[in-house]
Write a protein that binds this ligand. Sequence first.
Ligand code: FO1
Length: 306
Amino acid sequence: MIIALAGGVGGARLAHGLARALPPGELTIAVNTGDDFTHLGLHISPDPDTVLYTISELADPERGWGLKDETFACMEALGRLGGENWFALGDKDLATHIERTRRLATGETLSTITADFAQRLGIQHTIIPMSDDPIRTIVHTDQGALPFQDYFVRLHCAPAVKSLEFTGADAAKPSPALLAAMQSEKLKGIIICPSNPFLSIDPILAVPGIRSWLQGRTVPCIAVSPLIGGKAVKGPAGKIMAELKLDTTPRAIAQHYHGIIDGLMIDHADANDSFGECLITNTLMRDIADRERLAREALSYIERLR
Ligand code: FO1
């Protein structure tokens, strides 16, 4: 059994590859919920939904988030009424948020709802939030403290990042299925997907018990660098690293994960910056075959490190 830590589009793509490479039931994907927020009265869980839609092959291939063949008639109508439409909730995607919000109001946890959605979408692996407790990413910027989606979507990541805060993390617990996977005797390794280390993985590591478990791990943990040729494939990882005065190199990623990973998979384009325990390969995932190939390479790397 493998645990994958994921968030965002790059993370979801490798998680999809792992879901294809591993037999049913042998993968637990713990997903970042620091990006969650309440919008238009609905509970939105962008990263869990991106993982659900990507693995069920329902995601929009260009955007990476939301559903393919989507329409935005509700957002257009909302805009005509002067409502908030800066966060594009597609007509079909709205069903996910409506049903999640309804079930949360009846007292169900985000974990059971997410795992159930996964099953209903035909996914034969466990997809769960990192925690059922509310953790919200606050981005401290040159324009002040911003809730995550204000920074990411409304302001298009333009403000310069000074630091990140994960409110609620101190009082949070890992979700029950994640805790069970962490303690499972069947656990063979942990894979940190090529997600943004600061925005997507750090919130997971901020949940008490997760970082210390990784530090004391008895099975290998590897990460896949989200950088190719010193740039993020998608999203603001490179921009944020520069703003935090870090080099945009695999070495800086490895330094960030110091003490919790045994190896880093990096792209050929970054080979001149390779060091210590690195696996140089092709990390760009252009299609489903690439996702599965990279996933199989990550699983072999884990086997080699065991
Ligand atoms: N990202 C955008 O850049 N613009 C959007 O309007 C937007 C809407 C949206 C709706 C549902 C959903 O699940 C995700 C959505 N995302 C949107 C993506 C999302 O905000 C980010 O990708 C993640 O939070 C960062 O990983």
